[in-house]
Each structure stands twice: as C-alpha cells, then as structure tokens.
Design a protein around this ligand. Sequence first.
Ligand code: BGC
Length: 916
Amino acid sequence: MSELELEQLVCEYRTELLGTDCVIPRFGWKIRSEKRNTRQQAYRIQVADAADFSRPIWDTGRTESDYSIQVEYEGPALLSRTRYYYRVQVWDQFGRQSQWSAAEWWETAFLDSREWQASWITPSDDTTGTVSLPVSMLRRTFRLKTAVTSARIYATAAGLYEIYLNGSRVGEEWLTPGWTSYQHRHQYQTYDVTEYLCEGSNALGIQLADGWYTGRLGWDKQSGHYGKQRAVLLELHVRYEDGSEETVCTDASWKAAEGPILFSGIYDGELYDARKEQPGWSEDGFDDLDWQETIVAKLPYSQLVAQENWPVRVTEILTPQQVIHTPSGDTLLDMGQNMVGRVRLNLHLSAGTHLILQHAEVLDREGNFYTGNLRSAKQRVEYIAKGAGVANFASFFSFQGFRYVKIEGLSELNDTQLLQGFTGEVMHSAMEPTGQFQCSDERINQLQRNIVWGQRGNFIDVPTDCPQRDERLGWTGDAQVFIRTAAFNYQVAPFFGKWLRDLEADQRLDGSVPFVIPNILDNNAANANEGQTNTSAAWGDAAVICPWTQYLCYGDERLLGEQYDSMKAWVEYIRRQGDNEYLWNTGFHFGDWLALDAKENSYIGATPLELIATSFYANSVRILRDAAVVLGKSPEVRHYSDMLNRIVEAFRREFVTPAGRLAAPTQTAHVLTLMFGLVEGQDRERTARELNDLVVNNKYHLTTGFVGTPYLCLVLSDHGYHDTAVQLLLQDNYPSWLYSVSQGATTIWEHWDGIKPDGTFWSDDMNSYNHYAYGAIGDWMYRYLAGLDMDETETAYKMIRIYPRFAGGRLTSASARLESPYGAIESSWTEEEGRRTLEVQIPVNTTARITLSGAKLGRLTESGNPLTDVEGIGAMEESVEGVQLTAGSGTYRSLIRWRVQKCSLLVRLASMKRIG
Ligand code: BGC
C-alpha cells in the first residue's frame, strides 16, 4: 500500500455530480499521508469517457504544482449528456508517488439550452393562477423496444414537481426545481432512471404544484409572482444496448387530471383527500380516458440551467418525545426540537377520518399552543382517510417550521398510539456537514447545536430569514451576517454560489440590491429599476461580502470573477447616494435591526444610520479593492484604494471628534468602526477601550442588533478584551446568547427576548424562533475560542492559523474540527490550573501557523520531547503573546503541553493595559 493516498475527489465541490452544465469543471482532491509535513509536489489528472480509462480524453501528465483544489479542466470541449470519469495521482516533496486514486465521475446535462426538445406543457384546467387549484397529475405511456443500458430524465417546472415512473417516485429530492430568480435562471434536475424502466410498456407520471412560482409568497398574500400558469418540462433519454437512443418528451399527448392533493402552499400546508387517489395513475394500463388533454405552454428555454445547489432532501427522522395535553384541551406532539420539514403519519385510519395537523414553534406562558408569530401562514396539513390499510402520508410540496404539532381528529387514539403514529422528517438543502465545535460548558454546546439547527432549517434552497411565518425569504442582510459561520458548519459553496448568481440576476440596473433574493418584493416591472430605495446598507452589502467569503473559505476565484461586476455595481450605486461621494447619508436603512438600544416601538437601533451605511460602504470598497487585486485589475486597485482612503477620511471627519472619541455612544458604532478599520493608533485603542467600557458598564450585556452582534466578540478579542468577549458569551441572563438556551431554545431566536423572563412574548408581529442571524457568533467560537482559523493571505485554509485564545479559566476545554477543502483540521485545547495542552491536526498540502498563548520557548514538549525536536514543527519564535511556530501536515495528537508563564501573562496584562 502506498504511503501517499488520495481520497474525496470532487468535481465542482461534489462527488458523483449528476447533471451539470458547467463547461469547465474544477477538480479537487485530498491527500492522506502518515508522514508529517507532506506537501504535494506534482499532480496528474486523467479524464475519460469510459471507466477503464482506456482512452483518456485528457491527461495532464505529471504537472509540477501544489494545487490540489480548484484545478480547472483543460481538455477538449465536453459533450452534453455524457458521463466522464476522472482520477488523480500525486507526488510529494519527498519524492513519493501515489497510486492512481479510485475513479470518480461527473455527468453533463444540456450544455446548451437550445438542445431541449420537449415542450412546456400545462394542464388545461390550470390557467387561472389562483393558489387554490388542486395539485395536477399528468401522465403518458410509452414503449421501449428492448432493455435499456442507461436512462436519464431532465425535468423542471414552473411550480414544483415530482416524477413517478411505473408507479415509483423518482429520486430523493424534494421541492424541485428549487427557487431561483426564475425569469433569469430556472434550474432543471437530472435523474438516473435506468433501474425504473422495463422492456415494453412503461408509464410516466408527474405531480405539479404551485410552490414558489405560482403560489403565494410574501406577507402581502400575493401569488403568481413569476407567472399565473403552472407548467412542466421533461425529457427522458434512453440508450439501448445497440447504442441507439430514444427520447420521450412532454408534449400535448400527455393527459392531466386533478389528484388527491386539493390544496398545497409553501406557507399554508396541504390538504390531501385520500378518497380522491387514483390507484395506478402513474402506471401502464391505467384508464385515463376521462383525463383531460394538456396544452403546450409558451415558456422560454434560454433561462434553463442545470441544478447548481445541493438538492433539498429529508436528512433526518425525528420521533416525537411526548404527547402534551394543554390547559385549553389541545393534544400536541412535542418533537423535542424546533425543526423544519414535515410530519409523516403512519396509522390505520377509518374511512372519512379527517385529521388536522397544525404546526407551531413554542407554547405560551400557560403551556398552550401558540401560532400568533406565524402571522398569516397556516402551516396546516389536513388528511382525509380512505380507510383501506395504513395511511402513510407527509405533505409533498410544503414545509413547516415547528416543534409542536397540534392533532385534531384522532381523539380515539391514546398517547402511545399517537407517539408511534408520527415522525418528523427534517428537510433542507443536503449540504455536507463540515464542522464541529464543543467545549467544557454544556450551555455553549447547546448554543452550537441551536446554530446548526438554525442553519438546517433556513437553508431550504435559498438562505431564508425564517422557516415558519409568511416570509421565508432570502433576506440579504441575514445571509451576509451568517455566511462565515455557515461555511464552518456545512459545505455551502454550491448553495451560496447559486444564490449569488440569483443576486446578480435580480440586482437592479442602478446597482442597488433588493432586500430579498430571489426578489419577490418588487419584481413587478412597474416598480423595478426606477431608482427606488428598497435597498439598505448591510443588506445590499451581501453582494460583496458573500462572494468574498466564498473566495476565502473555498478559494473560489471563479465565483469572485463572475460576481465582480455585481460587487462593483453595488459600490458604485452607493457612491451616487450620499450628498458627498464618500459618505452614505441618505435613503432608507434597516440600521442595527432589532438592537436593544432602539426607541420604544422601533425595530431600528440607536446607532446612526449614516454611520452604519458609511462603515459598510468602506468595508465593501475594501473588499472590492482586494478582489481587484486577486483578479489582477490594477487600475481598479488604485481607484478603489483611493476611494477607500477618502471614505475613511470622511468617516473620521463626520463621526470621530478631534480628541478621538467616537461620536455615537453605542456598542454597534464602536464595533463597526473597529471591525472595518476606520480608526487607527490611539483612536483605535480608545474606541476599543470605550467599547469594552460600554459592555462592562452594562454588566456584561450586549445591546447590539443584526449589524453589530456578529462582530462584537471578534473586535473585543482582537483588541485585548478577549475576557470581556468570553464573559459576554457565558452571560446567561437577558440579553445574551445563552438567555434563549436557558429558556430551553433549540434554535436561534430572532429577538434576544423572543420569550421574556416572565414567559410573555415579544409581539406577534415579528417573532421568529428560528432565525439564524444571531447564530453568527459561531464564527467567533470556531476561530477565536477554539482557535481554528485561516491566514487570509492564502485562501481555503492552505495557510492555517491555529490560535486558541483560551478563556481565562472560565472554560477548561474547547475544540473545533473543520473538513476543509484540503482535509480535516482540528484545534483542541484544555486548560487546568494554568496547564495548557493543545492538539492539532493539519491536512496534507497545508501549513499551520500556531500561537501558543502564554508559552515560553524551551519549555514546550510533545510526548515529553522538546518541541524543537519534533518532526513537522518548523520555525519557532517567542512573542508577547507566547510562542509562534509553524507546523506541517500531521496529527499532533500527543499533546503539546506548557504552563502559562506568569511573566508572559504579566507582559500581556501590561500590554492590554497600555491599549486599554
Ligand atoms: C426579516 C429579517 C430581515 C428584516 C429586514 C424581517 O422581516 O425576518 O430577518 O432582515 O425583515 O430588516
């Protein structure tokens, strides 16, 4: 067995990528080596159209390079609907050569949307566009001359669809085709259906619902945002053993009928009448004589794109924890977790039983079922039984956010029967989990779980604000504050890549970025592009922050290049807004949304809007300048550097007194000023000290909202006040991250006081219990508390930064693990009575810079050996902070130990004092 091994090959971030229209895919691989400090010296990639690689179409030969992610395909032009195999071999700097990796594959779909042959069809009864129409069923039969060697379906819908072949549901995806800016980009999916077909007669069936396309979206109850007519488009391509092909398409020969789903809506749930089922409807031999003709719909093809995102799937099944009988007489199931997805029932029900399930996130003070915060979203699933056999049902085209399920119509069942009759199916974009964080405080571990559940529940094809009320929209501000945390917990590259392309598609001609992406709040042509101000600082900045974060976390330079014009358009939009080019002091802004220093009855915190807008302006210009550096756009680098300087000057003139005091005495104002580097030297020290004072004088409580909260602990830790940051995190009375945990929360709340200490609620109006924004603290927990970070001079964790800040004795351990593009990174520490240990794991082909706080050179050991002698450990130096060292790949499992040096602590205290 070779000592150098390859694993986890990916093409465009995924293994077995079925159905992409990417014409220049990028490859990545991970290398395993027992030997420390291993780096890749060279690679060789082969791509072939047969699994045995007998005729590679591309062979790089040995290529001297340490690139092992984002390596672009450079072979001959790819063909549509073709499976390609690839494999990789590498050499390291010790001269070792790996075996070929196991072969991986990806498969193209239509590389040109003009290749579509099928017609969009619509059920003829379905032209009014009201949301109350039953879900349509469509079908047709076809014959296959012999057995097939392979078969694919390519399909999409204006609406939501699912496919059946010979009676079986195709694929494990739900809520297809997902939600995009449909006018510009409409995803289709690819399914391998080889196993579903048989020689002779076959039948295809489709269920077609409203979903995001024709259904109601937004709190104004409007439906038909993208069109008034549902339609579906499908092509089945079969390949016979003799190499010949046959295609079955949607066309006017299909027939349609109404099915048992009498109603379906994203917010409102579903109504299913099992008595209206038509057994065998998607099989051959079914009598469809009384079904109607379908008609060809005039929908375009040019906007069709292959699936880009992780598909939505059921990723976990929860069983109810208890049955609750409430004071007001309701019977509830408690799932034990605020989850997103649907309830499945599996029960014997007598004919005509009418079961009603309602979904809610919390109970009120009295312990009763509470749906006030859902606003107009019904989250109601009804099922009418037909009586024969077991009723096995879950809604098809809807999802709910809930922990409690109110059950009506089953009064004859006892609690045990109820517990056994239902399960909760957790649904979200099936991103790969990549991160884990834990520490010695179980409350923080619960917070981390809540952050992860918040991410799962709100990553349903788009990053939504919340999954329960009549919103569930891709709010840009929420997405930008959370993206860095999101990229720790899960692999989010395809998820945000897709969303950013929608952002660019929906960005207005003047460069302003809509509040929500996909934009359904002003996609009425009459409103669009007329310079209206429904954009906001810190929300629109998602256009800049998100591509940059993707670039940092995944090294995705291509996405950065693709988004560059959108980033620039946003910055140029801002430049035209202020009455001075370098200040943004006009227009509407959400400000420090939901901050606790807001005036009575306002959602907008006390931090001046101009300060927030101008500081984000500076941040976006800085990022744009850095993006221009990466993309080699020298004139723009100069232009935006100059612009940044002027914005910073203007900011100081406007918001910093000559003595260096920040003119706005809010926590958030200080946080943004520090985070975005808007003051320097003594002014910076003063701003940091005053921020610390604001927190300490508030008895270690925050007052920040959406805009200040994500960076609060980061800037405290960065400016010598890490202990204050730790105390903020460990605070458990209101307001704090742990307050909701102490109230039994299992997700992140929208408001710091979603449930007040006396058990009453924040108003019904805006009170989500599953809103990930404040979960952005996760980023600090990984990077600062556990100390797993990157050195941003290189992307994607090529240069790892391990720098645990410890917790001043308030925690005895913390650890984080991240499956980075190069492999698993781990940083794990303990501290007891001044004795510190650190374990790290560094993947092959990366280097780590490690800071051992409070350590002294010469006293460091690993397994009892002086660290200087340990293989893999490179240059070491002592600094005020402790010891800095570099380490090559390897698992430094046997502990690095040291005792916190009193003198070094003293130096640190002194230096903090100086800053302070
Ligand atoms: C959403 C937020 C969003 C906000 C705009 C709310 O209704 O739920 O999370 O960012 O509006 O301020």
